[in-house]
Design a binder for this molecule. Sequence first.
Ligand code: ADP
Ligand code: MG
Length: 467
Amino acid sequence: VWNNCLVFINDNIQPQAFKTWFEPIKPVKLTDNALSIQVPSKFFYEWLEEHYVKLLKVALTKELGETAKLVYVIRMENTYGNKEPFTEKIPSSNRGTMGSQEMDVPVKSKNPQLKNPFVIPGIRNIKIESQLNPNYNFDNFLEGDSNRLARSAGMAVANKPGGTSFNPLLVFGGVGLGKTHLAHAIGVEIKDKYPERTVLYISAEKFTQQYIESVKKNTRNDFIHFYQLIDVLIIDDVQFLSGKSGTQDVFFHIFNHLHQNGKQVILTSDKAPVDMQDIEQRLLSRFKWGLSAELQNPDYETRVSILKNKLYRDGVEMPEDIIDYVAKNIKSNIRELEGAVISLIAQSSFNKKEVTLELAQQVVEKFVKNTKREVSIEYIQKVVSDYFEMDVATLQSKTRKRHIVQARQLAMFFAKKLTKASLASIGSQIGKRDHATVLHACKTVDNLAETDKQFRKYIEDLRKKLS
Ligand code: ADP
Ligand code: MG
């Protein structure tokens, strides 16, 4: 039956179109006058429905008579975010879209066979595993000054995905400050409020792997079409895309498609857009369309409440002075804060010891030692000023004297190299400059390092002093 249909179709369309849209179709089965055909993607199905539904009907009606039915089977590979490969059957329909209704009119009048079009109201319900972790939700994402903006922007987006000006919502901040947790929380909340929407959480790394694989397998278009079906796309750690121009390019197209169609995009990154390196300008400018919200280091109160909440959820009691000690000594990473507590609980139950302040000190010390200590910008300025025999105030001053400018630029350069601070934050700490000045300083130092021998020595000396 299908072969006869193909012969008829082939006679009626351009060879290229036939090759593209009909050769990949596989007939699956014929039951009750309904022919099932397998198509490679949902996009493929939509294209057929939009452009060739009349032709298909004519062909099929010729073969099977007026009661002929067509059922599409979409096969998706296990590649794009789905745990299991799945198939889905969609009855052919006119989908009620303006486009296909408009198209019906002239064709019908020209083709008497189509008086009885076999329109079956179809439910189109593609299931995409959202890959969300329900343990990361808003209830256990504690609020504090450090995350208030990001948290409430996330809530706003969850209430009206695609319907706020926060599109994309970009959450940025250092390691262990809750980016992944917040990203999941937004997705979980959306799934809760709008179960019918397709939400997908994916790390930029996995996205990149999928993309590379799709290029290898020659399924780049399917990859793109898959992502264009999503209502809420959450991509974690987009800094991973830096330098990966192919993936950036494909993401740019997906992003534009989603954005134009009012779909929500949520991104996380360890840097603010101004500080991202090796990301195409056009992509960066898209990142800035919506809202960039920073997750900052939690203040002491927030650290205490996160600790207490964790202990409460685990049903563990701990003396106040110990909580206080941990919160005072682990400042810039919530994951470490939690890690220290878990390790404390483990040690005390293992040794059947009370959690004492002494034990807490040992554990915290280990934690702080294990994590590479970051030099502070303050310290860098001190070392650089000492080296050039000036005081920090001079280094920060507005003077344009050459050796002072150079010292200032070196301080900025090392602050960028050795800390995780953003350009903007470096600028504000080194004499209230803006991020552009810091960027310029870093470039100048890089250039001088190549051309100026004396300058290269400064850099080497300072590097030794700072490490
Ligand atoms: P990031 O992705 O920024 O590196 P994560 O989202 O993985 O950080 O967070 C690290 C840990 O800290 C997780 O266990 C997370 O649940 C916890 N955490 C972060 N922020 C909060 C918060 N505001 N309230 C409670 N737990 C938090
Ligand atoms: Mg993360």
